[in-house]
Structure formats: structure tokens, C-alpha cells
Design a binder for this molecule. Structure first.
Ligand code: SF4
Length: 202
């Protein structure tokens, strides 16, 4: 079973080293449309079956820097790019990277690009016990794929996630209603093989 988040100790400012595991521009597998995908380093959930245990380390990969941020914003500026995807590792334990980039994207590109985020947290837990930086990140998102990967609930037919406990949520609607609201674009369709391994990251 994944670890249960402890709001008192699971804090980005305590654990994040502002490292990123990978950056993939123009990806077709991390959400709807063509996307720029940033994978942050470091996760405390320790889900059994996690696809990328190496990225549990907060020092995995390379430091996030301004040059990469400039590149991501420039890549997002292409008309054929629908949006930004934040994955991990755990973006909500790396808000110094994820929130910083989100705020830069909103400042430079407004709402022209949508922002998706994958997290091991559940929406309700973020809402009830999230720290100010976690709530700021949540409030800036369009779509949240939430919950830890559960090996016993693994389902390779699911879209955008790896286990059936995970949900694809419309964040503005969820915040407005004060409850988890499923993203309307979610389609009941067959497996997308090229998406399976990446979905197990979260
Ligand atoms: S599946 Fe996601 S939430 Fe779970 S340990 Fe791996 S990176 Fe962390």
C-alpha cells in the first residue's frame, strides 16, 4: 500500500531539492492533445508497482533552472501545443518547481494553455490539509489526476491513469462544488498501449 500523507511533515519546503527527472516537449501521451511534460523528482508515496522508483529520490535528475523554464514556456507558445503536464515524482512536494512554472505560464500565456497535474494525493486531502503552496498549485490547475497508484487496482484500459482508484478531475468545477467532479472529456474507451507505462508513474 502507498504511504499515507502526513500534512505536517510532507512539505515541499522540507523535502524538495528542485530537481527534475525529465522534460518531454510535444508529448502525445500525458493528457489531451500535444503537451509539454515536466517530470519533477521526489515522491514519498512509495506505491508498490511504481514505474519509476528512481524518481522517488528528491535529488534524482538535474536541477530545475531558468533556462529550462524559458524553454518550456517557448515550447508551450507553439500554436499546436494544448498545454502543460506536471508529473513526477510528486508535483505537490515540489511546489517550488511546479507552482513557479505554473505561475510563469499563466503570466506569459494566460489561460491559452491548459495545465494538467498527476499526484498521489487525493483531491479531498489537498483541499482539507494542503499547505498554502499546495492549495495555490491546486487552484491554478485545469485537470488533476489524483490518488496513488494501487497495484491491486491496476487497469491498463483506463485513460490517463494506471489504477481504478485514480480519478481525472475538472479542478475549477471541483473547487466550485467543493467535491471531486470528473473531467467531462474523459472517454470510456479501450486501452491506449503507449500510455500504460507512463500512467503508472502516478
Ligand atoms: S506511482 Fe506516483 S505517487 Fe506513487 S510512488 Fe510512484 S511517483 Fe509517487
Amino acid at each position: 500500500m502507498p504511504r499515507i500523507p502526513d500534512p505536517a511533515t510532507w512539505r515541499s519546503e522540507r523535502v524538495s531539492q528542485a530537481h527534475i527527472a525529465d522534460y518531454k516537449p510535444f508529448s502525445m501521451v500525458d493528457g489531451e492533445g500535444v503537451r509539454c511534460s515536466l517530470y519533477v523528482s521526489g515522491c514519498l508515496f512509495a506505491c508498490e508497482g511504481c514505474f519509476n522508483e528512481a524518481a522517488w529520490s528528491f535529488r534524482y535528475g538535474t536541477p530545475y533552472d531558468e533556462a529550462l523554464e524559458d524553454r518550456i514556456v517557448a515550447d508551450l507558445g507553439n500554436s499546436y501545443v494544448q498545454g502543460l503536464s506536471l508529473l513526477g515524482g510528486e508535483p505537490f512536494l515540489n511546489t517550488g518547481v511546479a507552482l513557479r512554472l505554473l505561475e510563469r505560464v499563466r503570466a506569459d500565456l494566460g489561460s491559452a494553455k491548459d495545465v494538467w497535474c498527476w499526484t498521489g494525493y487525493r483531491f479531498e486531502d489537498l483541499l482539507e490539509t494542503g499547505s498554502p503552496d499546495q492549495l495555490a498549485l491546486l487552484r491554478g490547475l485545469d485537470v488533476l489526476v489524483d490518488g496513488p497508484f494501487e497495484l491491486a487496482s491496476r487497469d491498463l484500459t483506463l485513460q490517463f491513469r494506471g489504477s481504478s482508484n485514480q480519478r481525472v478531475l475538472d479542478v475549477p468545477a471541483s473547487l466550485s462544488d467543493g467535491r471531486a467532479v470528473e473531467w467531462a472529456g474523459l472517454r470510456a474507451q479501450g486501452p491506449a498501449p503507449e500510455q500504460i507505462d507512463r500512467r503508472q508513474l502516478i
